[in-house]
Design a protein around this ligand. Structure first.
Ligand SMILES: Cc1ncc(COP(=O)(O)O)c(C=O)c1O
Length: 480
């Protein structure tokens, strides 16, 4: 367990009870006068970003191409990244707790990996379409850290990895149904844009997706193993369940944390039903420890999806690995007569992604990045929760290693059974966006105002500076 940054697994029921209390009471947003000051700060200090965004909106739908970049009051244009910091085009410096959305546990633009990438670019360029030795080196490295990955395929993104995993599971088991946890995110492919963000919402967000695409996708509520058992039983009469896919820390990277024994119980239920268990380690893989969540829990999934850290912050970041017999259905030249699941991608497994992935894993091990980032996560979560307690705020902060959650608005935590659930979720989302803007104006970039990813670069000085910035924001909350 020493390679992990986690000293203990937080009590999921205790966190959930505090989150329930948070969303049962009125919101505690930032005071209007303080919010006006923050808006004024953006207009004064981020003028170039604002102009660029206005121009971008004319040609790019919404002005940005990734949800994470869509920040209130307008997206910032970033032109420099180094370690724990980002700089925008107006020259403002921010502490970077976005870390590209998770991939850079070594810190942004990490020099030793960049050197190896430049070496490769100078010799063969980013892509030839043919095999490169770094593909093998990366697969060997992953197999060394995660023995369940007996075979590995590199893909273009986490979304592609999940697509491939489901296809492989269906091919191997000859079953059709798939089961996910409500609220979990597994990318944006047709079959898994289902029960997104809020458990129980089913096809609500499946806009532009014909019902036929997700009619075999089923959801169960977080930690509700009885519901999972019942779905698996019911599916037995309908041709069976090909796979259960889980985010091992809980939906949305642990926003609703899993109980410690959840994954083990899912494993047992899958085994009892001849169903494959897929661990979606797109976030946890090589961020919480080189053995991933599976090493931490001591679970052997049948298939594991990767993204983000698999290419160390370089494009294209996706991969699928697992049992040799299951992965073999993805082989390009399997024996005649055997079922083959079609998986492709012109730029999949390009040398650029593989060299970056390989050296990132080597450097992550050498520098003990997961442990150090995890320690920074511990300090941040404890420091922020302490502020909430001292200021009498109902907000909740906790972390799983370098994944830190700060729930102030609880936008994704509203109960779908509440008759005003959608209005409530919308209002809470606005508060979350305001919180994100306030953190930014205080020099801290977060993920959508509710999550932080820490990195090797987060020294105690960085953590202290961040805590001072958070403190200024929380002093501006109504009633403090
Ligand atoms: C758990 C999980 N799975 C899959 C994905 C999709 O990965 P990508 O954005 O690379 O398509 C994400 C992205 O955030 C994720 O968090």
């Amino acid at each position: 367990m020493s390679e992990y940054g986690m000293t203990h697994w937080p009590d999921a029921d205790e966190i959930q009870a505090r989150l329930d209390r948070l969303v049962q009471q009125p919101m505690r947003p930032i005071r209007a006068d303080r919010m006006r000051e923050y808006h004024a700060w953006f207009n004064k200090n981020c003028a170039k970003s604002k102009t660029l965004n206005e121009e971008a909106c004319k040609l790019i739908p919404g002005g940005v191409q990734h949800n994470l970049a869509f920040n209130h009051p307008f997206p910032l244009a970033i032109n420099r990244a180094d370690g724990a910091y980002l700089w925008d085009v107006d020259g403002n410096r921010y502490i970077d707790f976005l870390q590209a959305g998770g991939p850079t546990v070594l810190g942004s633009n990490y020099g030793p990996v960049r050197e190896k990438v430049l070496e490769l670019l100078n010799s063969c360029g980013p892509c030839t379409g043919l095999f490169h030795e770094y593909e093998l080196k990366l697969a060997q490295e992953i197999n060394r850290h995660m023995p369940s990955i007996e075979m590995f395929r590199m893909l273009g993104s986490g979304t592609e990895a999940v697509l491939a995993a489901i296809r492989a599971a269906r091919t191997f088991t000859d079953k059709v149904k798939i089961i996910k946890v409500g609220g979990a995110y597994h990318g944006w492919s047709d079959q898994v844009v289902f029960a997104l963000h809020i458990p129980g919402t089913g096809a609500l967000e499946a806009v532009g997706i014909p019902r036929g695409c997700n009619k075999d996708t089923l959801e169960f509520f977080p930690n509700d193993l009885e519901a999972l058992a019942s779905l698996l039983d019911k599916n037995e009469d309908k041709g069976g369940t090909a796979c259960v896919i889980v985010e091992p820390f809980g939906p949305e990277s642990g926003t609703r944390p899993n109980r410690w024994d959840f994954n083990q119980k899912v494993r047992e239920l899958c085994d009892a039903h001849g169903t494959l268990m897929i661990f979606d380690e797109v976030v946890t893989g090589f961020r919480v420890g080189l053995g991933g969540a599976q090493g931490y829990f001591g679970i052997k999934p049948d298939l594991t999806t990767f993204g983000k850290c698999i290419a160390g912050g370089y494009p294209a970041a996706g991969g699928l690995g697992g049992r040799r017999d299951v992965m073999s259905v993805l082989a390009a030249g399997v024996e005649a007569g055997k079922a083959r699941a079609y998986v492709g991608g012109t730029l999949s497994a390009n040398p650029l992604s593989c060299v970056a992935g390989y050296w990132s894993l080597v450097e992550t091990e050498r520098t003990q990045a997961c442990q150090k980032a995890g320690r920074a996560g511990d300090l941040l979560a404890a420091g922020i929760q302490d502020m909430f307690d001292r200021k009498g705020l109902p907000f909740v902060a906790w972390n799983h290693s370098s994944i830190v959650h700060i729930e102030t608005a609880g936008a994704m935590l509203v109960d779908i059974m509440n008759p005003n659930a959608f209005e409530e979720a919308k209002a809470r989302k606005v508060m979350m966006e305001h919180m994100g803007a306030a953190y930014t104006a205080e020099g801290i970039i977060t993920i959508a105002g509710s999550r932080l990813y820490t990195s090797l670069a987060d020294t105690d000085d960085v953590v202290d500076a961040a805590l001072a910035g958070f403190n200024r924001v929380f002093d501006g909350i109504e009633g403090v």
